[in-house]
Design a protein around this ligand. Structure first.
Ligand SMILES: Cc1cc2nc3c(=O)[nH]c(=O)nc-3n(C[C@H](O)[C@H](O)[C@H](O)COP(=O)(O)OP(=O)(O)OC[C@H]3O[C@@H](n4cnc5c(N)ncnc54)[C@H](O)[C@@H]3O)c2cc1C
Length: 496
């Protein structure tokens, strides 16, 4: 039996590990951290649980082709509970509440009532959402692969997607900000800008809204910890091994083939290596001789462009008050913008987790906020100058002051707070500058990178960076594709 070494036990690594074990390879996974999951994680502080890496799951809907993949890797099971909170998000515009409903008819009626003068644009938005609700991430097999069960043809789902495909060109020329700016009502503008990062092209926004409208994009009870734990369980049940606290520093290449890795000074031999840690970091650090692949040069060039790396400062706050009567997801404008790391923050969006779901002690609530923006250099400088913790406190205080105005009940009730910066993500997940997804700005082509190399044998890549914009669906899907290449190269039958 050939043995495969997988670098990283995030969603891509676990996916690759599970499919490789099913396809009868011996599998060992090296994970730098003491836990699995990578970016798909949550953390506990003083009885609060802060959901850090999963807000909605594409493929949670049973109709989606990706659902089958989540089931195959054991992430979703018969007993999994998915909630599709509706409204998905609410905007509080100086006391007026405007909701982003998943239900398309309800959304259209509601928004037209809120802003009759925006009616033509609202109708167009809802028409686009309906078109994009047939949009699905295809699940395919690579050519010339022996498979235990062929993936269904993508032609029927491709045909259903035709109406959405016709909208891709005009929408991809607009940023989310441009798209939102066409609406006169400020609350509708703010709602649309709070779903995905406003620098994405408008396709990303419509794909997301279409996903919600189709009954997909739900929240798995237990969130990222459950998703990860279910996959670890499946991998270990299949006989896979994870070595934690084992950071790979080099991939060994001999005679044009990958034959193992170096981790903690130890050489671990393998017949094949699958790299699922961030591809950008891997390209930079794992190889003694730089790899000559064209797609890697393209990736590095694309990712070097300003603003495409999605990163954040993640603020989590535990409050000793029950906020369960408020919407779970809220966006609101700030009376006074927050100046932070050269950025001007004009609005905030928070997620609320009440005690009933096990996220906070009884009668208390957990609040999380994602402040996106490329602040890597700012935090790095703060760390180098010894004022990292001070800057974290400063950001927390600014956010907390703004939140107290919005949620007076939390005043004096903060029991715990925490700020994770891009440096935190870099340290714990090894991602390039702490970035956990890739922004697809307007006017740029979506490039999907191959999972294998032309010039080096037995070496494969998977992970969010391979399929921008990333997230857990590309992670699980590229893990599967990498193993399909592995199977084809080793003459094995791919088992799903
Ligand atoms: C705040 C936030 C919110 C998010 N919300 C969502 C959401 O709602 N829906 C969604 O789908 N996605 C969401 N994401 C994105 C999603 O979590 C990630 O894109 C996805 O988990 C990436 O998985 P991955 O396996 O490709 O990479 P990673 O998660 O980066 O996993 C890589 C693994 O490799 C390990 N590693 C790195 N270097 C080494 C080394 N040298 N040796 C050994 N191991 C190494 C890391 O420790 C890590 O475990 C969110 C992410 C964040 C941070």
């Amino acid at each position: 039996m050939s043995n495969v070494l997988i670098i990283g036990a995030g969603i891509a690594g676990l996916s690759a590990g599970i499919y490789a074990r099913k396809s009868r390879f011996d599998v060992m996974m090296c994970e730098a951290h003491s836990i699995a999951g990578g970016n798909c994680t949550s953390w506990r502080r003083k009885g609060y649980l802060f959901e850090g890496g999963l807000h909605w799951l594409t493929g949670s809907g049973m109709e989606q082709p990706l659902h089958k993949v989540w089931r195959e890797v054991g992430a979703l099971r018969d007993e999994s509970r998915i909630t599709n909170g509706d409204p998905f998000m609410v905007c509080d515009w100086h006391g007026q509440r405007v909701s982003l409903y998943r239900d398309n008819v309800k959304l259209e009626t509601h928004l037209c009532e809120v802003s009759p003068e925006d009616m033509p644009r609202i109708r167009e938005l809802c028409r686009d959402i309906r078109r994009f609700s047939s949009f699905a991430m295809p699940v395919t097999d690579i050519p010339r692969l022996k498979v235990s069960e062929k993936s269904p043809s993508i032609i029927p789902s491709g045909l259903k997607m035709l109406p959405a495909l016709a909208r891709i060109l005009p929408l991809s020329a607009l940023s989310v900000t441009d798209y939102a700016a066409r609406f006169r009502h400020p609350a509708i503008r703010l709602l649309l800008m709070s779903v995905v990062n406003p620098n994405y092209d408008a396709v990303a926004l419509l794909v997301t809204l279409g996903c919600f409208a189709s009954g997909d994009g739900g929240y798995l009870e237990g969130g990222s910890l459950t998703l990860t734990a279910n996959m670890v369980k499946r991998f270990e049940e299949l006989g896979g091994i994870i070595r934690y606290n084992t950071k790979v520093t080099k991939v060994q290449i001999v005679n044009g083939r990958a034959c193992g890795v170096v981790a903690g000074g130890e050489t671990i031999r393998a017949d094949a290596v699958i790299i699922t840690s961030d591809t950008l970091t891997a390209i930079d650090t794992f190889f003694d001789v730089p790899l000559r692949e064209k797609w890697m040069r393209t990736m590095c060039m694309n990712m070097n462009r300003n603003g495409v790396l999605l990163m954040c400062s993640f603020v989590s706050i535990g409050v000793e008050t029950d906020l369960s009567d408020l919407p779970e997801s809220m966006t609101f404008p700030l009376e006074k913008p927050i100046e932070h790391a050269g950025q001007r923050i004009t609005h905030l969006a928070y997620k609320l987790y009440a005690d009933s779901a096990g996220y906070a002690p009884k009668g208390c609530s957990a609040i999380t906020l994602i402040i996106t923006g490329n602040t890597y250099d700012y935090w790095k400088q703060a760390r180098d100058q010894g004022c990292y913790d001070e800057h974290k406190k400063e950001l927390f205080e600014q956010i907390c002051t703004a939140l107290e105005k919005q949620l007076p009940a939390i005043k004096g009730k903060v029991a715990v707070w925490d700020v994770a910066t891009p440096l935190t993500y870099e340290r714990y997940c090894g991602t390039w500058h702490g970035s956990w997804m890739t922004i697809t700005p307007p006017g740029t082509k979506r490039v999907f990178y191959p999972c294998r190399l032309k010039h080096i044998g037995n070496l494969y890549f998977a992970g969010q960076r391979i399929m921008p914009p990333g997230g857990t669906p590309p992670a699980v899907s590229t893990g599967r594709t990498a193993v399909q290449y592995l199977c084809r190269d080793f003459g094995a039958v791919f088992q799903s």
